[in-house]
Write a protein that binds this ligand. Structure first.
Ligand code: FUL
Length: 474
C-alpha cells in the first residue's frame, strides 16, 4: 500500500467543495420568530403572529453583503423553534400562518430572487431539531417530514450551494429522542441538487470547532474519517445516532491533520473548515446589542484568520424586526468591504521575475505570479523542500502576502517562510505552517526588491498557484 502521507497528499476536493471554497466570504442570516421574541432559541410554541417584519427587503441584505465582498448567503429557513420562513405545505407553523403579507409572504423566495439578481449564491439552514413539529421523536414519521421539507426547499427555490445542518439538540434525557436518518437526507440532496455542499452535520464541509471566528494555525482540509464520504453516501452504516456518523471527525480537536493523525487514519477525506461567527454577540437580532457590533479591526482579524487560514468565513448578520440589516451593521460591513477591496486591488508581485530552486517541465516559477488560479509552480515529484524567489524589478513596500496552493492537486505545504533581501542579506519577515486554498500573512511593512518563499516541509511536493504581495494588511 502507498505510504499514508503520499496518500494524504493526493486527496482532492470534489467539484462542489472547490466551488464552495472559492466563495471565501459568505453571510449567515439568522431570522425568524426569535427576532421578535428577543430570544436565541425558541420553544416551538410561539404564535406565528409574532413574525411581522414591517419593511422586509432581501435586496437590501444582499446589497450590503455584496458591498462587504461576500459571495454567498445562508438563511435559517427553519431554526430549532420549527417556524418556517417559507410556506411549507407540511406544517401549520410558517409564514403562511403569519399576518405578514396576509400570509402570502415567503422569505426564502424573496432572498432567492435577490441573490439571483445580484449574483450571490444561496444556501439554506434547516434545523433537524424541531421543537414544534408533533412527529419529532417519532423517528420514521419525523424523518419523512424532514425529507418533505427538504424536498420543497430543494425543488422550489432554484440552485442552492449548500444545505447547512446544525448539530444542536437541547432535548433533555426525558425529552423526545429522534434518530435522524442522515443517509436518506444526504441521498435526497445528492439526487435533487448534486452541486450543493452538505455542511456541518454532513460529508462536505466541517465546522471549525468554535464560534469565536478563528481557526487552527494548521487548518488541514485532508483529515482522517471514521467513515469515508463514499461509505456515507452509499449508506454503508445506518448508525445515525452515532455522533461520529453525523460529524465524521471530532471537529473541536486541535490537531486534525498532522502526520501523526494521518498515520493512524483508517481512511482519509477532503473535509474543509468553515468558520461561523456572528457580527454581534447573538445569532439573532437583539436591539440591546446595537452597540456591540464587532469593530472593523475585529472583523479584519477574523477575515485574515479564516479566509486567510484555509477556511471559508460564514459571518452572521441578523436582520432586525423591520426585516432590514441594521444601519450599524450595514455601515460596518461596507467599511470592511472597502478596506478589503483597497487592500487587494494591486498585487505588487504580479508579473515579477520569478525563479525557483527547481520546477518540473510545465510548472515554471512564473506560474505563481501570473494571476491565474489554474496555473501553478511545482518542483519535481518527491521534492519536499523548495524555494521561489521574486525580483520585483524595483523596491516596493508591502505588509501583506497571499499564498495559495493549487488544491485541485491536494493540500501539501506543512511549513513555509517569507524573507526579503536587504543590504545583501536575507531577512525573515513572516512564517506559517499550512497554506491550503489560501494563507494571508500580515507583517510590519518592509521595503525590498527581492522576496523569497521557502517551503520548509511539505508532502510529496508543493504546488503554489499564487504568491501575491500587497501594500498593507491594515
Ligand atoms: C448553533 C445553534 O444552536 C445556534 O442557534 C445557531 O444557529 C448556530 C449557528 O448553531 O448550534
Amino acid at each position: 500500500m502507498d505510504h499514508p502521507i503520499r496518500q494524504a497528499a493526493h486527496v482532492t476536493p470534489s467539484a462542489r467543495q472547490l466551488a464552495w471554497q472559492e466563495l471565501e466570504f459568505t453571510a449567515f442570516v439568522h431570522f425568524g420568530v426569535n427576532t421578535f421574541t428577543d430570544r436565541e432559541w425558541g420553544e416551538g410554541t410561539e404564535d406565528p403572529a409574532v413574525f411581522y417584519p414591517t419593511g422586509l427587503d432581501a435586496r437590501q441584505w444582499v446589497s450590503v453583503f455584496r458591498d462587504a465582498g461576500m459571495r454567498g448567503v445562508i438563511l435559517t429557513a427553519k431554526h430549532h423553534d420549527g417556524f418556517c420562513l417559507w410556506p411549507s405545505r407540511h406544517t401549520d407553523h410558517s409564514v403562511r400562518q403569519s399576518p405578514w403579507k396576509g400570509g402570502q409572504g415567503d422569505v426564502v423566495r424573496e432572498l432567492s430572487a435577490a441573490c439571483a439578481e445580484a449574483g450571490l449564491k444561496l444556501g439554506l439552514y434547516l434545523s433537524p431539531w424541531d421543537r414544534h413539529e408533533p412527529t419529532y421523536g417519532d423517528s420514521p414519521a419525523y424523518n419523512e417530514h424532514f425529507r418533505n421539507q427538504l424536498r420543497e426547499l430543494l425543488t422550489e427555490y432554484g440552485e442552492l450551494y449548500c444545505l447547512w445542518f446544525d448539530g444542536a439538540c437541547g432535548e433533555g434525557p426525558n425529552g423526545k429522542r429522534q434518530e435522524y436518518d442522515w443517509v436518506s437526507y444526504y441521498e435526497l440532496i445528492r439526487e435533487l441538487q448534486p452541486q450543493a455542499c452538505i455542511s456541518i452535520c454532513g460529508p462536505d464541509v466541517r465546522w471549525c470547532g468554535n464560534e469565536a471566528g478563528h481557526c487552527r494555525e494548521s487548518e488541514w482540509s485532508v483529515v482522517p474519517a471514521y467513515l469515508s464520504c463514499q461509505e456515507v453516501v452509499a449508506g454503508k452504516s445506518q448508525q445515525a445516532d452515532d455522533p461520529a456518523f453525523a460529524q465524521r471527525v471530532n471537529t473541536t480537536d486541535q490537531d486534525l491533520g498532522s502526520r501523526e493523525q494521518i498515520a493512524r487514519a483508517r481512511s482519509l477525506i477532503w473535509y474543509p473548515s468553515e468558520v461561523d461567527v456572528s457580527i454581534r454577540p447573538g445569532w439573532f437580532y437583539h436591539a440591546g446589542e446595537d452597540d456591540r457590533v464587532k469593530s472593523l479591526d475585529h472583523l479584519l482579524e477574523i477575515y485574515y484568520g479564516s479566509v486567510g487560514g484555509n477556511a471559508v468565513l460564514l459571518l452572521n448578520v441578523p436582520p432586525d424586526r423591520r426585516g432590514l440589516i441594521h444601519e450599524v451593521d450595514a455601515a460596518r460591513l461596507r467599511e470592511l468591504g472597502g478596506v478589503l477591496r483597497r487592500t487587494f486591488a494591486h498585487d505588487l508581485a504580479r508579473g515579477a521575475r520569478a525563479s525557483a530552486s527547481e520546477a518540473d517541465a510545465v510548472h515554471a516559477a512564473s506560474c505563481a505570479v501570473d494571476g491565474k488560479a489554474e496555473t501553478y509552480w511545482r518542483p519535481h515529484e518527491g521534492t519536499e523542500q523548495a524555494w521561489l524567489e521574486l525580483d520585483l524589478g524595483r523596491e516596493a513596500t508591502f505588509g501583506c502576502a497571499c499564498l495559495q496552493e493549487c488544491i485541485c492537486e491536494g493540500q501539501r505545504v506543512e511549513r513555509c517562510a517569507l524573507e526579503v533581501r536587504q543590504a545583501g542579506r536575507w531577512r525573515p519577515i513572516a512564517a506559517a505552517t499550512t497554506i491550503g486554498y489560501k494563507r494571508l500573512l500580515r507583517f510590519p511593512a518592509v521595503t525590498a526588491r527581492s522576496v523569497r518563499l521557502s517551503i520548509l516541509e511539505s508532502r510529496c511536493r508543493p504546488t503554489i498557484a499564487a504568491f501575491a504581495l500587497y501594500q498593507s494588511g491594515d
